[in-house]
Design a protein around this ligand. Structure first.
Ligand code: GDP
Ligand code: IMO
Ligand code: MG
Length: 441
């Protein structure tokens, strides 16, 4: 049995909270794309964990796998593991030998290219973690994989091919002084030592075979998506996207288990009850102008500041065409809706029900970002719900959620065409109301 957790919007929907909740019933939790651009929050009895690379199942002592579709900064990986150990956990993380390594020059080039693009407003507002440049090298067949760190000769050969190109790119194209991040010998020494630690701690695996053996043994695997559908490189708002496939198909290509295995399980779309966006690009339901105070209020209450970068997130009403798009692109079988508590006590609650584009009503997202940027949302208003004691609501269950909020949830079920399995009324594990456990079908 597998369960795939995907972000239905623009990332930061609260995926970590659900991976944590249902990870308790999984044997293995596997990430299938992205890298340390992710920031997943798990809160257990008031203790907060912010994870960017280690799968969120680590908090539940589950085996964590970083699949071949991930890009791995080993320094982040080790520092997160060490931090979790300092907090008394014993994370068991395995890394695919096929996963690509984020190298020091990738991070530098990420920053340089964002800077260059900003003149023409094409910068995506990246997390600066080197994600895009690493995936570029993967597609360009000049990347360095985790397995290469284990073999000194291969590592040396790969570096000797690629580093002079990167140095020339930095110096001759972008005109910056290339430093240590572009020095073959320095990189070789550092990454050989990393390879040795990975080997010493038996951390590398053939991820597809490893996961298949767990599935074949009848165990449960949870696939933890990072980012969200609208920042998927294929299905998102290109070019303001990340460079991987957060959508559910990525769970197959990014781990090496077949799509039939993923498809036999549940695909849970995680929804934030409104929108938040840390990067650039259009956002039709964004709260701006006269609604700025409302945006500030939601931002403060929801703690909407980037987990990775600390940037204040842009805020908008829920965008229902975006959810319809996510339902199709992921084959969503169920939903988890978070942050109902954050909208409580507002004077008004709205959603973007559809778009108006050149006089035509659209129920889903157009395929080009330029057209999406011209969409005017047709807003639908809901009766607001009051502020209540959410801890008590969480303890009592679904029926104690204020009626107007339940009407909002019923509307989503109807429009997206999938049932709700969980509702988040606060960040703590105990503040997620479970209606159905996806592992228990
Ligand atoms: P992820 O990237 O999808 O895992 O989400 P993040 O962890 O980046 O952002 C979600 C934030 O909202 C975190 O601070 C969570 O602790 C918090 N959170 C998750 N679910 C809820 C919820 O239902 N209500 C509230 N108030 N906060 C939540
Ligand atoms: P989680 O897993 C929200 C955004 C960045 C930028 C774009 C490209 O916590 O939901 P990148 O560094 O990936 O090349 O940046 O994608 N972005 C995220 N936004 N949540 C995330 O992850 C994100 N990861 C990347 O802000 O717009
Ligand atoms: Mg996040």
């Amino acid at each position: 049995m597998t369960v795939t957790i995907v972000g239905s919007q623009l990332g930061d929907e609260g995926k970590g909270a659900l991976v944590d909740l249902w990870g308790g019933d999984a044997d293995v939790v596997a990430r299938y794309q992205g890298g340390d651009n992710a920031g997943h929050t798990v809160v257990e009895d008031g203790d907060e964990y912010k994870l960017s690379l280690v799968p969120s199942g680590a908090v539940r002592d589950k085996v964590g796998v970083l699949g071949n579709g991930c890009v791995v900064n080993p320094k982040t990986l080790f520092s997160e593991i060490d931090e979790l150990r300092d907090r008394g956990l014993d994370p068991d993380v395995r890394v695919a030998r096929r996963a690509h390594v984020i190298m020091p020059y990738h991070r530098v080039l990420d920053g340089i290219e964002e800077e260059a693009k900003s003149d023409s407003d094409l910068d995506a507002g990246t997390t600066g973690r080197g994600i895009g440049p690493t995936y570029e090298d993967k597609a360009g067949r000049r990347g360095i994989r985790i397995g290469d760190l284990l073999d000194p000769e291969v590592l040396r050969d790969r570096l000797e091919y690629v580093v002079p190109q990167k140095r020339a790119l930095a110096e001759d194209v972008f005109g910056i002084q290339a430093g240590e991040a572009f020095d073959i010998d320095a990189i070789y020494e550092e990454y050989r030592a990393i390879g040795e630690r990975l080997e010493r701690e038996s951390m590398t695996v053939n991820a597809g075979a490893f996961l298949a053996s767990h599935v074949d043994a009848g165990e449960s695997v949870l696939f933890e998506g990072a980012q969200g559908t609208s920042i998927d490189i294929d299905h998102g708002i290109y070019p303001y996207v990340t460079s991987s496939n957060p959508t559910a198909g990525g769970a197959a290509t990014g781990t090496g288990v077949g799509p039939t295995v993923v498809g036999r399980g549940e695909v849970v779309g995680i929804v934030k009850a409104y929108l938040s966006r840390v990067g650039t690009g259009p956002l039709p339901t964004e709260l701006t102008g006269d609604d700025e105070d409302l945006a500030d209020c939601i931002r403060e209450k929801g703690g909407e500041f980037g987990t990775v970068t600390g940037r204040p997130r842009r805020i908008g009403w829920l965008d229902v065409p975006m959810l319809r798009h996510a339902a199709r692109a992921n084959g969503i079988t169920s939903l988890a809706v978070n942050h109902i508590d954050v909208l409580a006590g507002l004077d008004e609650v709205k959603v973007g029900h559809s778009y108006d584009l050149d006089g035509e009503e659209l129920l889903s997202m157009p395929a080009t970002t330029e057209r999406w940027g011209r969409c005017e949302p047709n807003l639908r208003e809901f009766e607001p719900w009051p502020e209540v004691d959410w801890a008590a609501v969480a303890a009592e269950g679904y029926e104690s959620i204020p009626e107007n909020a339940r009407e909002y949830l019923d509307y989503l079920v109807e429009e997206v065409g999938a049932p709700i399995y969980a509702v988040g009324v606060g960040p703590d594990r105990a503040q997620t109301i479970e209606l159905q456990n996806p592992f228990e079908q």
